[in-house]
Every structure is written in structure tokens, then in C-alpha cells.
Design a protein around this ligand. Sequence first.
Ligand SMILES: [Zn+2]
Length: 230
Amino acid sequence: MYVILMGPQGSGKGTQAARLAPRLGLTLVATGDLFRAAIAAQTDLGRRIKAIYDRGDLVPDEITVGLVEEKLDDIRRERALGEGVAGALFDGFPRTRAQADALDAALAARGERLDRVVQIEVPLETLITRLTGRRVCKRCGTVYNVESNPPRQPGVCDRCGGAVVQRDDDKPGPIKERLDLYFAETAPLLADYRDRGLVEQVDGDQPIERVTEEIARAVERRSAGQKVEG
Ligand SMILES: [Zn+2]
């Protein structure tokens, strides 16, 4: 089973992906993790990614897709060994039309296909409130949120006593820009997936446990439906 989890920054997508992958028996495929792993392993690809990061550029689709394909092959090997891996849960990928097309082709080449796209929906104002609430300790990097996880004493880090500040990136202007870019990029992908009958929407403006339940149900419903058909 191959499932994509989609949602903007602040939707709780990363948290949900980490909770859901073990529950569904799926391998979590998060491109950020793949990049970090390749850099840490100092492979040729890892060195190229590090150079791109150091320049502050975006990793090109060709590299991202290459890493995802390696991961799909790992999953296939694990399945062949009977290791009980049911497929993949994609977090943060695909993000562009080119990536989505490449994913379809990579799955088809392996005799697989996409089963479900779950979109986590959170109202824009809630996203902005969550994201502008982010604070970071200047000394040790501990992350806080003034709404959901404030330091015990405002502006002072619980762990090291350092100054807890709002980064420029977490101010309303830059946040709005990042969200606008995300919606502009992913709208055409979602429209495509919706045409293929793959999209299930889940209300992300609820407690974490509830959101996890709803996503799991959406995925399980789909896999049960497929068993009936085939
Ligand atoms: Zn600190």
C-alpha cells in the first residue's frame, strides 16, 4: 500500500506521519530524512546534496526522485524477505507535478500504484497562529510555541536559561509567503489526485489523537475497498 500525506507547514503532517507509519505497517518516506541520511552516509549523492544545501538552493527533483526510488527498492527487498513491510507512507513528497509524475512511473515500474492521498486540512488563520507562535532558544535551539508549548517563564529557556526569541522566518509575512507557495504548488497535484478518486480530506484542527484516528480510518477504508474489488 502506498499513501501520500499532504498538508502545509503547521498542519501537523510530520507528527501524524511519524504516528501513522508504524500503526499502518508502512515505511515512512520523508524526503528531509532521506537528504539528511545521504549527507550523513557521505555517499556521492549525499555530497552533492550537502553542496546544494550549503549554497542555500533547493534540491533538484532528479536527486529527490533518485533517493525515493532507492527507498522503494529497499521496501521491495524487505518485502521479498518477508519482513512484513506493507508499503510506504510519503511525507513531504511529491511536492511538484514533475515529482508526482516520477512517483507514478517509479511505482508502476515496480508493479505498484498509489492507493490513497490524505490531505490534512487546517484553516489558514489557525496555521498562521500556530506558526507565528513558534519561538526558539538562541543558545540551545530548543523550540517552543507560545500557544501550545510555552517556556515556564516567558522569553526564558527552560533548559538553559537562554533568550527565547521569534525568528524572522516565523513572522507573519514570511509565513504567509511560504503557505501561499505551498498551496500554489500543490493545488494542481491535489486536483489530479482528486480526479483519480484518491483524495480523502481529514480535519487537522482537532486533537492529535483524533486526527491520527481519522487518517488511519481513511487509509484502512481504502485498502478494505480494494480487497473487495480484487
Ligand atoms: Zn536554551
